[in-house]
Design a protein around this ligand. Sequence first.
Ligand SMILES: *Cc1c(COP(=O)(O)O)cnc(C)c1O
Length: 333
Amino acid sequence: MPLTLHVDAAAWRAHLAEVLDANPGLVPVIKGNGYGFGVARLAAEARRLRVPTVAVGVPAEVSLVRQNFDGDIVVLEPWHPALSAPRFDDPRVIRTLAHPEAVAALAGTNHRVLVELRTAMQRHGFLPPLPTGRVRSEGYALHLPLEGDGVAEAERTLRAAGVSEGPVWVSHLLGKRLAELRRRVPGVELRPRVGTALWLGDRSSFRARSTVIDVHELPRGTKVGYRQHRMIKPGYLLVLAGGTAHGIALEAPKPVPSLEARAKVLATGTLGAAGLTLSPFTIDGRQRWFAEPPHMQVSLVLLAQDATPPAIGDEVPVEVRMTTATFDRVELV
Ligand SMILES: *Cc1c(COP(=O)(O)O)cnc(C)c1O
């Protein structure tokens, strides 16, 4: 009874190859939920792509990537002596340093490191002057905000730190913007770290589908679900694979909508006004309403009586947010 990600492997891989070709030095980022595909799968794809290096978010992700990929692995989260002991002398792992005490702790060791420079992002990194200490540096790392001119911010940060040569690992710069930064800082060797635009850049090459687990035709007024809400109209109650455990219907926090926007929602959706929420499942051509908030592994969804109900075992399209979705199955066809 799975929630499945169907991937058109040829189309998806053609897109991956295209992004790689257009962006020399690209470092695939593999982290979190593996952008919906899973960390192990993406590591195996990176092996197929024959890239020398990938990046993971946190140290715990190294081992799964390591089993499926043969090259170097950068850990993006900066290492600090208060976070873990400095025992990561894995020759394939490159750690990021962003604090003087981290540089001091690793001075004179053979650990491979990147030195992160602070950008307008203000997440991590050194402000000039840069730390002195003999560490085995493989270059500098920059994390750029998505808002604003990333090229200018990268150039400004490098100049302020006096960096004009060697490898510089940057986030989110692709294509023309990457080429523009190359022109502006010709001495450095740019390594763009890319996750979303690589793995999720061709939305048409994959789609999520939910299996229909059960279907019931019910009269108006029937109480349903944990919450025992009554059916407002006669129709079908569908039990669909995909719940909170899969990240279904979880959204990123949004700015609070205005009173006016909320009033509009109340005025338009009758079911919305009845306290229901539009589900991400499409059945018989339309997105349908949740009967109640999703459960751990399934969702209860309402279907009007004049619609054609699916059968148990059918698959229906579901909109998912790929960076929060966990699928039961990823099928490459
Ligand atoms: C996640 C991350 C990236 C890749 O981000 P995408 O938006 O998925 O391309 C690059 N650099 C750092 C430091 C990150 O944390």
